[in-house]
Every structure is written in C-alpha cells, then in structure tokens.
Design a protein. Structure first.
Length: 461
C-alpha cells in the first residue's frame, strides 16, 4: 500500500528509524529535515514555509529546482525512448559526447572522447582505470582536503581517513600533497610573499630518489596521475592562487604524471567558466564531471580524456561498464542543459551574480568582525569561514548552531517566515560553502544576506 502522500513528517521519521540504513546518508540535524516541495531557489516543508537553498544539492541543481525546460526534456524522453540498454546507441548520448568533446577541443586545442557512467564516484573509478591502463602505474597523487567520492578507489584518493576507516588496508592509497590553502597556510606564510612555496615543496620531491617518488636514473615515477580539484569542494571551496596550477602542471608534465581534473562539483559554470580549471589556464589529461549536467533530475556522470588515453584500440569496449551508463533519461536532460549553456551567456551571468553576492558577504563580514574569518568566492562558488573572536581559530560549534537554526524555518522577514539551507565543509567543518542556483535573483541574494545576518546574530548571542 502506497501511503507516502498521506504520511506526515513524524510518521516518516518513525519508519526511517525502523527500516532505513543510515549508511547511505548523513543526518546533520536531529531529527532530520523533511521537505515536500521545491521550486527555483527554494525548498518547502509540509507547512509551506520556504527555505532559501544556498547549496542546491551540492551544486547538482545549478539551474534551479523544477527548471521547466529541463523537466520538459525529461518528460519528452519518458514518452519517447525512456529505457535502452547501454550496448545500443541513441541520439542523445552521441550528441552530448560530441558537444563536450568539441568544447574541449575548441578550448584546449586537444582531441578527446567522452565516456559515461552514473555517479561521480563511478566516473572517478573509470578514470583510475584509464590512468592505470595508459601508464601501468597504480599510485596517485592527490591533495589534502580533496574529495573524490566514497567507493573504494575514490576513497583511496580522498584525503580524509574517516572515509577509509573500518574498511581495511588501502594499499593503493594516494600520496597527499598540501593544497594552497592560503588562509591557513600549513607553512605559516603569506601569499603575497611566499612565491608558491607549497608548490616548490612538491617539485622538490623529484630532486632525489630518496624522497620516494622518482628514480632519476630511469627517469620514471611510480605515480600515474595527480588528482586535482581546481576549487576544493568538500574541503571548503578553497581557491588557490592564480599561478599555482601552471607551476604544478609544469612539474607533472616534466615527470610524466597525468593530471586528472575533478569537476564533479565545479563543472558547468559554477565558477564562471564551463570547467573550473579554465580559470587557471592549464589543460588536464582527463576531466571528470557529473552533478549539474542533468540538474539532478537523473543520475549521469562521465569523463573527457585525451584521444591517446581513450581511443578504442587503447581502451576497448567493456573496459568499464554500468547497466545505466549513458541512460536515455540522463542524456536527454544533459543535452538540453548543454543547449541552454550554449544559448545563454552563463559566464557573464554567473560572474555578475557571484560578484554581487560576494560584495554582500563582505558587508556581512564587517557586521561580524572576527567571527567571520574569511569570505571568498569565484563565480557562484562562495565560502564563509567561521572563527572564534580572534578571527582565525575554527569555530565548529557556532557553525553547527547556525546550520541547525537555519533549518528551523522561523527566520522572520516582514510577515514571512523563512528557513535557510546551508552546507558545511572545510578541513575543520567551520566553512559554509555556498552554491546558489544560477537562477537566483538580486532580491534573493539580498534575502540570503539578511537571513545569514539574522542567524549569526541569533547564534552569537
């Protein structure tokens, strides 16, 4: 019997406690919040209270909830070709692949191919196979603070031990390199005078075989690739200095190490560019994508790789496989999303809205000196680092209080009550990572600043 339409939040929570695994989710508040509707930049609870969403499903719903054009594309596909085994071809798969590959060729001057899967972690797993197949190497570099997923291979190159604990020995665990987190520089240096000291330390690993990564006589490393995020997602939307990746790329190219760019959270204009890495002027060997490509409507992920890595004679049919890869529903929405991105100037739109939002966050910073240690952003990937009164010591307790208070739905603006949906990230879980909808208006940005101000004042008190 289907009773889902009549069950209230309390009934659903009782059923969840009895029957649902907690291993496939994370409840950040107790009890977890139940929502019943969504539209644009808002989620709605069963009282009809609007919750302004500033994280949009971890950047998966970048084009707004219930985007009518994308919803219609999904409905058309449901009435046409809703299901098809991935061993067969359909137009949408080929067109999506061609559009992405052509964009990369135009932008980077490199020929390549597109390979599909379902979720971001699965696409990371596929990229690991491609790297191993091409290089014969099973060890990888990755960044401290990096997040690439929770499957076994992806966990091995995700820096947090928390995701590997309890699952045994990871013999192929990545070697983690300091990320240029300038606000909390591990070396205690300042970006204006450090001359990218952290990148120099990585380059020095190749000076002697006794540093463990390079055989100077054979001119060979046992590391196949460096997995990067141009802007760290779960790590707290940390934005590196402008020249950092150019220097890193020089080191990797010199020593035959591929660069795999994880764009799962930041791809498709989140940072104001189609790919976030474009802001830093380098060409990766592999780009992994997902999330916003289908606006969260149907799971679809994939990767682009250079021709010399993904040509059929090098990576033949069946090298990876998923029953639902390149599924018709996902590729139909993806194709419509790509058409939207080609028809509108998302680069200008996202950068303009992001600059306006960042200016508002800087005003918020002035209202709460010390408590907000740093605000920063690129495009509509924005961060608020919450600190104690010294302006530096992480304040996770205050961050958690603000997050929980936002979900109560009792923030008052005039006669209207609101909630605020935030996401917490960062090395010390004291950073609000903001990924608002691209459809967010200036009025909604002003509302977001006012709601944040209310939350800080309420929770500081």
């Amino acid at each position: 019997m289907d009773t889902s339409e009549t069950l209230k939040a309390a009934d659903l929570l009782a059923l969840e406690r009895q029957y649902c695994s907690y291993g496939d989710t994370v409840h950040y508040v107790d009890p977890p919040k139940v929502f019943v509707g969504c539209e644009g930049s808002y989620l709605y609870d069963d009282n009809g209270t609007p919750y302004l969403d500033l994280q949009m499903w971890y950047s998966a719903a970048s084009f707004g909830y219930k985007n009518q054009r994308l919803n219609n594309a999904l409905k058309r596909q449901l009435d046409g070709l809703p299901q098809l085994a991935c061993q067969y071809l359909h137009a949408e798969k080929v067109e999506v692949a061609a559009r992405i590959a052509r964009y990369c060729e135009e932008r980077f001057g490199v020929k390549g191919r597109v390979h599909f899967n379902v979720g971001g972690s699965q696409a990371i797993e596929d990229s690991l196979k491609i790297v191993r197949n091409a290089t014969g190497k099973n060890l990888m570099f990755a960044f401290m603070g990096g997040y690439h997923g929770r499957t076994l291979g992806a966990s091995a190159i995700t820096s947090s031990y928390r995701y590997r604990r309890r699952y045994g020995h990871f013999s192929d665990r990545g070697q983690f390199i300091f990320y240029p987190y300038c606000f909390r520089c591990i070396y205690g240096l300042k970006p204006e005078t450090c001359n990218l000291y952290c990148q120099d330390q990585f380059a020095r690993l190749f000076e002697s075989e006794y540093f463990g990564v390079w055989d100077a006589k054979a001119r060979e490393s046992e590391y196949g690739a460096f997995y990067i995020e141009a802007v760290q997602g779960t790590g707290g939307y940390v934005i590196p200095p402008r020249d950092y990746f150019k220097r890193l790329a020089e080191t990797c190219r010199k020593h035959g190490i591929l660069i795999v760019d994880d764009e799962i959270q930041m791809g498709f204009y989140r940072t104001g560019k189609f790919w976030a890495i474009e802001n830093w002027g380098i060409t990766p060997d592999i780009i992994v994508f997902g999330k916003a490509l289908t606006n969260g409507l149907n799971p679809l992920s994939g990767l682009w790789a250079r021709e010399e890595l993904l040509a059929p004679e090098l990576f033949p049919p069946g090298s990876t496989h998923s029953t639902f890869s390149s599924n018709t529903l996902g590729t139909a929405v993806a194709l419509e999303a790509l058409k939207m991105m080609e028809e509108e100037n998302y680069e200008a739109m996202v950068n303009e809205k992001g600059a306006y939002f960042l200016a508002g966050l800087r005003e918020l910073d002035q209202r709460h000196p010390g408590v907000i240690g740093q605000v920063d952003g690129i495009g509509l990937a924005l961060r608020i680092e919450v600190c104690k009164e010294d302006g530096f010591t992480p304040n996770r307790e205050l961050t958690d209080r603000i997050f929980a208070e936002g979900l109560k739905g009792d923030l008052q603006i005039g006669r209207q009550k609101y909630g605020l949906v935030l996401d917490v990230g960062g090395y010390y879980k004291n950073v609000f990572t903001l990924a608002p909808s691209f459809t967010i208006t200036r009025d909604e940005i002003d509302l977001a600043i006012e709601l944040l101000d209310q939350l800080f004042r309420r929770c500081e008190a």
